[in-house]
Ligand binder design. Structure first.
Ligand SMILES: [Zn+2]
Length: 120
């Protein structure tokens, strides 16, 4: 399902390989999802660390090599929390088709971050 204009805008500055994976994933995905964040400023990262939302100043978001994706309900009104695994599976499929290595935050033991996908 097509990404919203806002989601496309949030892919600006993101590494082309990661962007291509997200766009193709949107094409194949039977439900909508949005991009909540891509490239992040140092100021914003500092704010997140202060707020406890992030633990590192080495985030791949700072270099445009990470995106945060949220599966949505069919009417796009709310996050569908039951579909992160499904979305991750599709991302891995597309990434493997395009020969791109992806790391999923949902596989991290320490900071559990299901919305987060970054380039390996
Ligand atoms: Zn993230």
């Amino acid at each position: 399902m097509e990404l919203s204009e806002l989601s496309k805008k949030r892919l600006e500055g993101v590494d082309e390989r990661l962007k291509a994976v997200v766009m193709e994933c949107a094409n194949r995905c039977p439900f909508p999802f949005n991009v909540s964040e891509g490239l992040r400023t140092v100021e914003k990262q500092r704010e997140y660390v202060k707020q406890g939302k992030s633990k590192t100043m080495n985030s791949k978001h700072l270099v445009g090599k990470a995106v945060d994706l949220y599966p949505l309900s069919m009417d796009r009104k709310v996050v569908d929390w039951s579909r992160f695994e499904e979305l991750a599976e599709l991302i891995f499929q597309v990434a493997s088709d395009q020969n791109v290595g992806i790391i999923w935050g949902g596989n991290w033991k320490n900071s559990f971050d299901k919305c987060h996908f970054e380039l390996r």
